[in-house]
Every structure is written in structure tokens, then in C-alpha cells.
Design a binder for this molecule. Structure first.
Ligand code: MLT
Length: 395
């Protein structure tokens, strides 16, 4: 008889952002006259930049001619995009071979799919709070999960605890949801720990483009020795507005071996079997992100979101509310006023200010009295949301 994967029964009823979207939609339906400002899921509002759309338009034209039409592409990504990514990494001192770069439809898919090549017997160490995909995908496989506490005392940057054993370690810096970012020395501590435990670090660098502080690492591979123990996941979603266009990449170094087997080889085998690559048109657009013009244009957009972060942090400073993030990150992680429960604060803000954020509890136990706002809205809506927040808290 057919059996289901019973691990799915151990998941919460809904994925976090499906749950918040459901509640927001229900509120909007019941209150059609209210204008809800959405600062919950990290979805961008600015369009793709011109360098990207020009490249995609050209690619569409190529696809419409017999001579330049393309069918299946390489599963690992076109060489032109791999080279553009390798050059980008060279810009912060990391040398990559093209065969270490795997182009995909985004970091979320790869972060989930990478588990295909890692045994279900591995013990997983995940910071709390955290991007819920890391936890949910491991629950789906039935792996044992332990948590590293991120809290106000450690500035939401937990460090290794050698009394705890782990085989798979998740790190995200700048962090989703807290916006906190590890220094290179701190990442070096994690690399040391991973090596001591024969573990692999799954490093999510999806927000590296938001780093303004030049001393902060934009890749774990800027730490010596990290290529022997880490895989890095990155995405163009937030950096270049690809949330709906879909493109990301994963770096699996050739140096990374587990029991004498290269993880690069296993991941290539997995991808060539289960994935047919990202569309040519999207990869041409992604290549343009790394061009001189593309970099200039995406930086303008990131600057726009940064201004929103400043509007939010200025309002929180005025209100005397504790927060992290907002400087090297598009996320602002704030402490709910008066020790409120984060789901209660979510409901309060939605009802009283018609502003939607994300309750910290959705990111883990340590988030239960925290709340996440994103800087991806428009200037006008961000400013209005902060005025409404102030008014609601004064009531
Ligand atoms: C978030 O809001 O945490 C992100 O948008 C989710 C994602 O990137 O999948």
C-alpha cells in the first residue's frame, strides 16, 4: 500500500508566509476600505533594471530566429553566466572555477534540494530565529535538529558551542530575519568549528549586496579554509529584483569532500538528473546584473531600499524600540512593545495601523516577542506605515 512521507505531518499547518498572507487577505476582504501596507514577506517593489530587461529583450529576439534559437541548456548554467559570477567573486578576492558554480531558479529551491545529497542521519544545527525553509525542509526529511540561540545578548549572532555536535550547520549573513551580520573573524570561528566536527556549513548569502560596511564578509569563502567545509547559496531575488523572474546560484567548491567523495560531483549528478536548468532568457538577464551598467543600476535600487530602512529605524529610534538590522540588511528586527507576543502584535498592527509585518515566532522560539519589517516597500508607503505605527502605539 502507498505510504505518505509522515514527516510532513510534523510540520506546522502552513508555511510561514502562506499563513501571514492568508491572515492579511482575510483582513483585507473583511475591510475593503482599508489600505494595507505590506512590509511582511521580503518581496521587492522596484522593477528589473534596464540593463537586465535590455539583455532579456535581446535574448527573446534570439529565441525567435531559427539560427539563434536554443533548446535545452546546460543543467549547471550557461558558461557566460558562470563566468560573470566568477568575475563578481573575484571582485572580493574569491577565486572560483566555473564548474563550482551551479545556476538555479533561486536559493530557496537549492537550500531545500541540497539535502538530497546529505544523509538523513545527519544532525542539523540551525540558529533560532531563522529563515523557516531550513527547519521545514529538515523536518520533511526527519532529521534531528538542534538550535543555536540567537538573542539580544549575543546581538543575534550565535557562536559555536563545542559541547554540541552537529553535521550540517546553517548560517545566513546578513541574516534573515534579524538583519545581523557576522564579521570575518566570527565566520572563521564557525569554519574552525565545522572542521573540528567534520561538518558542512550551508551558507546563505542572499543578502550580501546590502552590506555597506566594507569590513563585513560578502562570502564565507573570504575565510581561509572555508572551501573545505562550506557550500554557499545566493540569489538575485533581493539584489536585482528577481523574486518573480527567478535566478540564483550555488557554489560547491571542488575542495569540499565528505568521506572522500566530492559534494560537487554529487550535486552535479543530482542537478543533471532532476533539473533542466534556468531559461536562456533569464540567464541573459542575470548575466547583465553583473555587467558594469547592471551593477550601477541595481545599486541605485538597493540605495532606494536602504533609504526605506533608514525611515523605519529613525521611527523606531524615536519610539525607543530595540531593533537589529536595517544597516547592512533590508530587514529590521524589532522587539515588540511591552513584551507583546509577536502574533498578537501582528494582529494589532494589521487592525490598528493596517500595516502587515511578519511575527518573529514564525522564525523560531526566540522570535516570539520580536517582529520583522522589510525595507522593500515604496518610500511613500514606508513613511506612511511608520506614521501609522507611531499613532497606533500612542493610543
Ligand atoms: C522572506 O521574506 O523571508 C523572503 O522573501 C523569503 C524568501 O526569500 O523566500
Amino acid at each position: 500500500m502507498i505510504k505518505i512521507n509522515e514527516n510532513y505531518l510534523n510540520l506546522k499547518e502552513n508555511y510561514l508566509f502562506a499563513e501571514t498572507a492568508g491572515r492579511i487577505n482575510a483582513f483585507q476582504k473583511a475591510n475593503p476600505d482599508k489600505k494595507v501596507i505590506k512590509m511582511g514577506i521580503g518581496d521587492v517593489t522596484l522593477p528589473l533594471c534596464k540593463a537586465v530587461t535590455d539583455a532579456m529583450t535581446e535574448a527573446v529576439a534570439e529565441m525567435s530566429e531559427k539560427e539563434s534559437f536554443r533548446g535545452y541548456g546546460p543543467e549547471q548554467g550557461y558558461e557566460f553566466l558562470q563566468s560573470a559570477i566568477a568575475d563578481y567573486y573575484a571582485g572580493f578576492g574569491v577565486k572560483l572555477e566555473n564548474n563550482e558554480i551551479f545556476v538555479s531558479d533561486g536559493a530557496k529551491s537549492d537550500l531545500g534540494n541540497i539535502l538530497d545529497i546529505l544523509s538523513k542521519d545527519n544532525k542539523v544545527l540551525i540558529p533560532d530565529p531563522v529563515y523557516p525553509v531550513y527547519v521545514d525542509t529538515n523536518i520533511m526529511d526527519g532529521r534531528e535538529i538542534i538550535f543555536a540561540d540567537a538573542n539580544e545578548e549575543n546581538c543575534f549572532l550565535p557562536m559555536p558551542d563545542y559541547d554540541k555536535d552537529a553535521d550540517i550547520i546553517y548560517l545566513c549573513s546578513p541574516n534573515n530575519p534579524t538583519g545581523a551580520a557576522y564579521s570575518r573573524d566570527q565566520l572563521a570561528e564557525w569554519v574552525k568549528y565545522a572542521k573540528a566536527k567534520n561538518a558542512v556549513i550551508l551558507f546563505d548569502s542572499a543578502y550580501e549586496c546590502f552590506i555597506v560596511d566594507d569590513n563585513l564578509p560578502r562570502s564565507i569563502f573570504t575565510v581561509p579554509g572555508a572551501k573545505e567545509c562550506a557550500i554557499e547559496f545566493c540569489s538575485l531575488s533581493k539584489t536585482a529584483g528577481f523574486t518573480g523572474t527567478r535566478c540564483g546560484y550555488t557554489v560547491v567548491p571542488q575542495e569540499l569532500e565528505v568521506s572522500g567523495v566530492k559534494l560537487n560531483k554529487l550535486w552535479l549528478r543530482r542537478q543533471t538528473t532532476k533539473f533542466n536548468g534556468v531559461s536562456y532568457i533569464v540567464q541573459r538577464g542575470a548575466q547583465a546584473v553583473f555587467s558594469e551598467e547592471g551593477q550601477k543600476q541595481i545599486k541605485e535600487n538597493i540605495g532606494y531600499y536602504r533609504k526605506n530602512a533608514e525611515i523605519i529605524t529613525t521611527a523606531l529610534d524615536e519610539l525607543g524600540i530595540f531593533y537589529t538590522g536595517g544597516k547592512n540588511s533590508p530587514y529590521i528586527w524589532l522587539k515588540c512593545p511591552d513584551g507583546a507576543d509577536s502574533w498578537d502584535f501582528f494582529d494589532f498592527l494589521l487592525k490598528e495601523a493596517n500595516v502587515a509585518g511578519t511575527p518573529g515566532a514564525g522564525f523560531g522560539e526566540n522570535g516570539k516577542n520580536y517582529f520583522r519589517l522589510t525595507a522593500f516597500s515604496t518610500h511613500e508607503n514606508t513613511a506612511e506605515a511608520m506614521e501609522r505605527l507611531k499613532a497606533a502605539l500612542k493610543k
